[in-house]
Design a protein around this ligand. Sequence first.
Ligand code: SF4
Ligand code: SF4
Length: 133
Amino acid sequence: MIDSENVTSRIRNEIMERCDQDVNACIQCGRCTASCPVVPAMDLLPREIMLHLQNGTLQRVLDSKTPWICASCFSCAARCPRNLDISRVMEAVRVKLLRPRGAIVLSPGKLSREMLQKLPPQALVSGFRKFSK
Ligand code: SF4
Ligand code: SF4
């Protein structure tokens, strides 16, 4: 739980630096949400993630399961009229949450040959994006 305005601001800045996306440019049009294939499983819509980051209500983002549900499919980025890439925002939030816990690191060398052959490529790419930093 974030307990001070300064800490909130610092963490928000870290996330913004890491994703290199200007969340304040978001106009809340909702096209990202409309194009996202996994919205039914999310507790915050992609548009709402951007809204909370704009408003500084960071705890809602950090408590949300949405960044973990995001499949990094880039549908939102392809349709955003402001050229924002929400998958990078989601990734930055995940990294922020993982780092203090000692960071789970996943690399191809840690998976068996059988897993590499059987897992769908999308799952592998998504997994490496989520757990490689
Ligand atoms: S599509 Fe882009 S501008 Fe529209 S709500 Fe999503 S992030 Fe914001
Ligand atoms: S990158 Fe994530 S938030 Fe964007 S459309 Fe795909 S699953 Fe949804």
